[in-house]
Design a protein around this ligand. Structure first.
Ligand code: NAD
Length: 423
């Protein structure tokens, strides 16, 4: 089990990544100044009633980085490490992500600094509803649209939806269902949203395999984080015949040279709360986990996992970043020196926001798309985004992360220059 990730400023990492790409493309100075800072930052302190009748205070955040391309969009995270620095970083990454896959959304992120494992379902519901109430009109279906992230899920989105609609005038309610995405399908969600981020990671891995003449059925890989993104990535890789040889989550790490069955491991995690104790697997320590010999590694947990201390341990050809910000600046440099390919987070995990966009569109149009339609459209967005990043990497002779930023920054620059600055 890893720590919660060093809290060395994640936002500083984003700023440095941004500056490197902005220098490379000689980004317009005005655009650079605007994108260098977040637009709005909301911090709310709110009470919630615990099961024993006591009141606890919580701190919640919503940071809106940029809305040049469309309404603010981004997940809500419930985790003890949530603070303004982390939320700023995550909000900024959302702006780049939407730009790369060309969807009309800006970037935002939010969360509550808390450990949801401490609370009953009833407490979590009351915390969530008070948070949504405290955010009030800082979110809205045409303004800022939350979605799930670490430790939040479709149920949390359904509570936010219900709270938001309950505070609307009755005639507005049916027009506001798209205030959150990642909802349960019965409450206006889209087919395919649950698996969307993992699906996007797998589409990227497929493209990488094609580019590098790799037969996925002969590949081995390991995953850090076996929640939404990690487990779906593994379940969707299984039909290709790829072998999952190790997995880690907050309970510890396990390995099996013969392969871990992703479906059975998902069931085990649902039943026991973590990967540890999975029948037939060997428990391993964190260092052994990171040193696993495999073709690729999918970090799908928290930030700052691949650093100066850990990057030399990795024994893979490629890293597909399911998580946001799993690699810090030193980690990036070391992986580059070692010739390890990276499919960067703002491309690899963009599948979630793409299907969130599809859900938002379906709600606005009162439509319901079949899964094949959702998957087909998602694949096209990801494959196109992947090709744009690959082309920018060769045009500017830069690493893939910088290339991904370049794709995003050029898209934003075109839009912002056309619109100009008010007044
Ligand atoms: P989740 O809450 O479903 O799962 C998180 C996983 O991380 C769990 O398996 C947990 O045990 C593990 N984890 C937590 N602390 C850990 C630690 N110290 N060491 C090892 N593992 C640890 O969250 P998720 O939605 O799967 O998100 C995972 C990552 O993917 C995050 O970086 C998130 O921002 C990113 N992401 C998620 C989505 C989405 O649609 N859910 C979209 C884009 C990016």
């Amino acid at each position: 089990m890893t720590g919660t990730g060093s809290k060395a400023s994640v936002y500083q990492t984003v700023v440095r990544q941004f500056e490197r790409a902005a220098d490379t493309v000689k980004l317009d100075e005005g655009v650079r100044k605007i994108l260098s800072t977040t637009k709005n930052e909301v911090i709310v302190h709110f009470p919630a009633k615990m099961d024993d009748g006591t009141i606890r205070m919580f701190s919640g955040y919503r940071v809106q980085h940029n809305d040049s391309l469309g309404p603010y969009k981004g997940g809500l995270r419930y985790h003890p490490a949530v603070d303004i620095d982390e939320v700023r970083a995550l909000a900024t990454w959302m702006t780049w992500k939407s730009a790369i896959v060309d969807i009309p959304f800006g970037g935002a992120k939010g969360g509550i600094s808390c450990d949801p494992a401490e609370f009953s379902q009833g407490e979590l519901e009351r915390i969530t509803r008070r948070f949504a109430f405290a955010l009030g009109s800082n979110i809205g279906p045409e303004y800022d649209i939350p979605a799930p992230d670490v430790n939040t899920n479709a149920q949390v989105m359904a509570w936010i939806l219900d709270t938001y609609l309950s505070t609307m005038p009755p005639q507005e309610r049916n027009r506001s269902v798209h205030v959150v995405t990642g909802k349960p399908v019965e409450a206006g969600g889209s087919l395919g949203r649950d698996k969307a981020t993992g699906q996007g990671v797998v589409y990227c891995i497929e493209e990488w395999a094609k580019d590098n003449d790799v037969d996925l059925s002969q590949t081995t890989y390991f995953v850090q984080g076996f929640g939404n993104v990690g487990s779906w990535t593994a379940r969707l890789l299984a039909p290709f015949g790829a072998t999952l040889v190790a997995a880690e989550d907050h309970t510890g790490a396990i390995a099996s040279a013969d392969g871990l069955d992703p479906e059975a491991l998902t069931e085990h995690v649902a039943k026991t709360g973590g990967v540890v104790g999975f029948p037939g697997a060997t428990p391993i320590d964190h260092e052994t986990f990171l040193s696993t010999q495999a073709d690729y590694f999918v970090p799908a947990a928290l930030e700052n996992q691949i650093t100066a201390e850990t990057a030399h341990l990795l024994n893979v050809r490629m890293i597909a970043e399911g998580a946001n910000g799993p690699t810090d600046l030193d980690g990036d440099r070391i992986l580059g020196e070692r010739g390890i390919d990276i499919i960067p987070d703002i491309l690899a995990n963009a599948g979630g926001v793409v299907v969130s966009y599809f859900e938002w569109l379906q709600n606005k149009r009162s439509e319901f798309w079949e899964l094949e339609e959702v998957d087909g459209k998602l694949r096209r967005r990801l494959v196109t985004g992947y090709a744009r990043v690959r082309d920018a990497a060769s045009e500017f002779d830069v690493d893939w992360r910088t290339a991904a930023y370049i794709v995003a920054l050029r898209r934003l620059e075109r839009m912002m220059r056309r619109r100009g600055i008010f007044p």
